[in-house]
Design a protein around this ligand. Structure first.
Ligand SMILES: Nc1ncnc2c1ncn2[C@@H]1O[C@H](COP(=O)(O)OP(=O)(O)OP(=O)(O)O)[C@@H](O)[C@H]1O
Length: 313
């Protein structure tokens, strides 16, 4: 198979990536493709291998096996060519603690051929009041926003954001989301690691769930929530309904429960037929189902179903 020369390669292509730290296999045969101009959220429990994968794409770590191509380049051997084209927001570090916030941003901007307008970016991210403040005196949230500004000021083609809204107040989270959406509008590819499921649902075109060093599920947030296990149908009625009788009319594999007296949950793929079956059964039993709702699975439900509920060490 030959690649179409007119079609740009994906922004990121990872195949069979393995990365070990001594005896510990942090990434264990991970595959991921990220299309250009999209936002991809990488989710996973603590220690799943997200940061290691992203750092390998950034050229900070050398794969033990597998291939990584970023904007068509090998981040290890072609790092010098790649680095000016990507923006990286790390969780912490890489900043001289005594440097003044906006000076640092201006300095970073000067390193690029066509930077964003610094005063506009400062205004946008609410950093106007900390222009002359030393980095170490900024609040945690201000440091986060400055790190984001530094990652994007050079107009990169691809941006890696590591938990960009961790610890931010709701206003700063919104400002960050707006900025990320504007990046996509301008054709920038964004890869964001996050533990906030709502952030992934709000922002991402593609979600990749990583566990034990592998991608265990990918898709749009919508497709992930619709696939696999069931949604549920809930309604209220008189306590103590005959659930065995209801179950008999439901499709195979369905489950019914009365988690609290008078409150019912039907677990099955929810489609118009299921709704009709349940309401017909209620009508035959002379019951008016109240507060009848279809409850979709959230991304958090999907995440917990796939990765389990145990805490990771
Ligand atoms: N420099 C290192 N030396 C040794 N082990 C490491 C190193 N960096 C990461 N690890 C281990 O590799 C595994 C994957 O870590 P990684 O930081 O990639 O996970 P993560 O998914 O980003 O986790 P988190 O959500 O907690 O940030 C973990 O078990 C971690 O302890």
């Amino acid at each position: 198979m030959h690649a179409d020369p007119d079609r740009p390669r994906p922004a990121v292509e990872i195949a069979g990536l393995v990365k070990r730290y001594g005896d510990k296999t942090a990434v264990d045969g991970l595959d991921l493709v990220v299309g250009r101009g999209s936002i991809t959220a990488v989710l996973g429990p603590n220690g799943a291998g997200k940061t290691t994968t992203v750092e390998t794409c950034e050229g900070y770590r050398r794969p033990d096996a597998g291939t990584v191509r970023v904007l068509g380049l090998d981040p290890v051997t072609q790092g010098a060519e790649l680095r000016p084209r990507i923006g990286v927001m790390l969780q912490s570090g890489g900043v001289y603690a005594g440097a003044r916030a906006v000076e640092m941003l201006r300095h970073t901007a000067r390193l690029h051929a066509d930077p964003l307008d610094v005063p506009a970016l400062v205004e946008r991210l609410g950093l106007g009041s900390c222009g002359r403040t030393a980095y170490r005196r900024l609040s945690g949230g201000q440091q986060q926003r400055l790190a984001l500004a530094m990652a994007v000021v050079g107009r990169p083609e691809l941006v890696f954001l590591d938990e960009p809204t961790a610890g931010l107040d709701p206003q700063a989270r919104r400002a960050t989301w707006d900025l990320v959406r504007d990046l996509r509008r301008d054709g920038v590819t964004v890869i964001v690691t996050t533990h906030h499921m709502d952030e992934a649902e709000q922002l991402a075109d593609q979600v990749a769930i990583v566990d034990h060093g592998k991608v265990i599920a990918t898709g749009t947030p919508d497709a992930l929530c619709r696939g696999g296990a069931e949604d549920s149908l809930r309604f209220d009625g008189p306590a103590g309904l005959d659930l065995g009788a209801l179950l008999k009319v439901l499709p195979d594999g369905a489950a019914v429960a009365e988690p609290t007296p008078g409150s019912y949950r039907v677990e099955a793929p929810v489609d118009p037929q299921l709704l009709a079956t349940v309401t017909t059964w209620c009508a035959a039993a002379g019951i008016l189902p109240e507060r009848l709702t279809v409850q979709r699975r959230s991304l958090e439900d999907v995440f917990l179903d796939l990765t389990g509920r145990d805490l990771r060490s």
